[in-house]
Structures are given as structure tokens and as C-alpha cells.
Write a protein that binds this ligand. Structure first.
Ligand SMILES: [Cu+2]
Length: 146
């Protein structure tokens, strides 16, 4: 168990570093931002989680999907904003990546064995309300009913 936690901590540390580097890269390429923007699709949807460690795990899972440019999970709203290249990936791939890391999304239930390996503080309540403030522009108006 200790081994697992240690390796998670290492991966998290690496993840954090690479996230920061990516953020810097996008800042320095401001001139091409307008061009990039056109190719980028946006998605925002509910994801359950408790704390900053959940945020790291969720965002690392999303950033691991090829084509994802940016991911930001809001701990208060239980909601993630993702921008991605829709020629390389799609919203369902992002849902699946989050679910594989153990977290529930609006569309896909989190993998239970991954959930079991989450640190105690991250074992979120499966009945938790997600997406606590609805986004103004929702792409999926057809999935209001669950
Ligand atoms: Cu957590």
C-alpha cells in the first residue's frame, strides 16, 4: 500500500511539473493563439472529487489524452473545463480517461478498482452532486435527463 502511495506521489509530482511547463508554453506562443483557438474544441462537464489531490489526478488523466491542450477541474463546482483538438480526440475519450483514473463523470462511472486505490481523502461520495453551476453554453443539450 505504501508503495502504491509513493508511486502515486512521484507521478503526481511529475504531472505537476509538466502541467506548469505546458502552461508556460501556451503563454509564450500568444501570436499563434488565434489560429490555435479555431482548432480547439471546448468541453465542460461534471466530475466528482474531493480535494486538490483529486484535481491533480483528474487533470493528469485528462492531460494524458492525446490532443488535450488544457484541463481545469473546479473543486467547488465539481466540474471540468477542457480544451482539446477535436481532430485528435473527442469528449467521450476524455470522459473515459477520467473514469479510468477512478472518478465519476456525468457520462461514465469511475473505474472501481482505480477508485479503491485512491488515497482515503479522495474517496469521494458517489452520490455527490456534479456540475453544480450549469455552464452557459452547453454542447449537449440533449442529455439533460439521467
Ligand atoms: Cu482528493
Amino acid at each position: 500500500m505504501k508503495k502504491v502511495i509513493l508511486s502515486i506521489a512521484v507521478v503526481v509530482a511529475i504531472g505537476l511539473t509538466s502541467c506548469k511547463n505546458e502552461a508556460k508554453l501556451t503563454e509564450t506562443t500568444e501570436t499563434t493563439e488565434a489560429v490555435m483557438e479555431i482548432a480547439m474544441a471546448e468541453a465542460n462537464f461534471g466530475v466528482r472529487g474531493n480535494c486538490g489531490m483529486c484535481k491533480t489526478t483528474i487533470e493528469r488523466a485528462v492531460n494524458g489524452v492525446e490532443g488535450v491542450a488544457n484541463a481545469n477541474w473546479d473543486v467547488d463546482k465539481k466540474k471540468i473545463d477542457v480544451s482539446f483538438d477535436d481532430t485528435k480526440t473527442n469528449e467521450m475519450a476524455i470522459h473515459n480517461a477520467i473514469a479510468a483514473s477512478g472518478y465519476d463523470t456525468e457520462k461514465v462511472a469511475g473505474d472501481l478498482s482505480a477508485y479503491d486505490e485512491l488515497p482515503g481523502c479522495c474517496k469521494y461520495d458517489h452520490d455527490m452532486e456534479m456540475n453544480q453551476t450549469a455552464p452557459k453554453e452547453s454542447e449537449g443539450n440533449s442529455e439533460e435527463n439521467h
